[in-house]
Design a protein around this ligand. Structure first.
Ligand SMILES: [Fe+2]
Length: 296
């Protein structure tokens, strides 16, 4: 995400980049230098934050899929970041989120005071849709990220943005992962669409085909909007995890959810999305995506 003059935020996401440079295949000699932050990262000059980022990256690097996820060591300042974001999101969700999302977030009943641990998120999400979040530290290639969805696995960051910029993060953090993806994966229809994306990606044969499916994922699961009783509502995780994005979506140029057009639309993840694709309803959006994805 990048800061704007209104201190709103935009999302850089899985299909693009993560700032952790080491990955599970590398031999990392210095466990205190796993996470490389750019000099303009808000946490660059904060040794405590960097130590926590390294500790959290280490959790992911030593994690064995299927085993209980270790507790991430958040500070009180970081729980404060969660509180600030939650306070901004609560009214924004009521105003701009689709009914299915509101139902799912209520069912999960997260605390407004503490960042939930992935283990507790998993207990609740798995019981609803079978999906689980698994920590990941290294760069996630789009194909790896998307293919894991087929098996009901969402590869997930566990750190939170720096406390000095609660409304801004240059990379997807645990707020986006939990408030965006975790909640939508607790909606059975959206969870199933994620699975279908994964299955479709497993069938692609070229980089061009992968790019097409990445775009469809971006403009639907990440930045999808729809009509609900005549009003514009969000079901996309990038929108639903940021109060700034939810406000800004009303300024976007809306186009009908025609997937042939979506596949031709490029995007810049460093800015608010000037174009969004809008389903006529939640059911129409699900049906359109389902039909499209099974053809792959
Ligand atoms: Fe995302």
């Amino acid at each position: 995400m990048i800061p704007t003059d209104t201190n709103q935020t935009v999302l850089l996401d899985h299909v693009d980049m993560r700032m952790v440079v080491a990955n599970g295949d590398d031999e990392v000699k210095d466990r205190n230098a796993l996470v490389k932050l750019d000099p303009d990262h808000p946490g660059f000059r904060d040794p405590e934050y960097r130590a926590r980022r390294n500790a959290i990256a280490q959790i992911a690097m030593t994690y064995t899929p299927g085993s209980p996820i270790p507790v991430a060591p958040y500070s009180e300042l970081e729980h404060g970041v969660w509180q600030t974001i939650w306070k901004a999101l609560l009214p924004a969700h009521r105003e701009h989120a689709c009914a299915e999302y509101l139902e799912a977030i209520e069912r999960l009943s997260f605390s407004a005071d503490r960042i939930p641990q992935l283990r507790e998120v998993n207990e609740r999400v798995q019981a609803i849709s079978g999906f689980r979040l698994e920590p990941v530290a290294g760069l996630v290639q789009p194909r790896v990220f998307l293919e894991n969805l087929a098996d009901g696995v969402f590869l997930c960051t566990q750190y939170i943005r720096h406390h000095s910029t609660p409304m801004y993060t240059p990379e997807p953090d645990v707020v986006h992962e939990i408030v965006g993806h975790g909640v939508t994966l607790a909606c059975p229809q959206l969870a199933e669409l994620n699975r279908q994306f994964g299955r479709a990606v497993k069938r692609v044969r070229s980089a061009e085909e992968l790019e097409i499916l990445s775009r469809v994922y971006w403009f639907t699961i990440e930045f999808g909007v729809l009509r609900e009783n005549g009003k514009l509502k969000a079901y996309g995780t990038g929108l639903l995890s940021s109060a700034g994005e939810l406000e800004e979506m009303h300024q976007a140029e809306l186009r009908p959810l025609d997937l042939a057009l979506v596949t031709k639309q490029t995007y810049d993840p460093t800015h608010f999305q000037p174009v969004l694709f809008c389903g006529d309803s939640f059911e129409m959006m699900c049906g359109t995506l389902r039909e499209y994805l099974v053809q792959w």
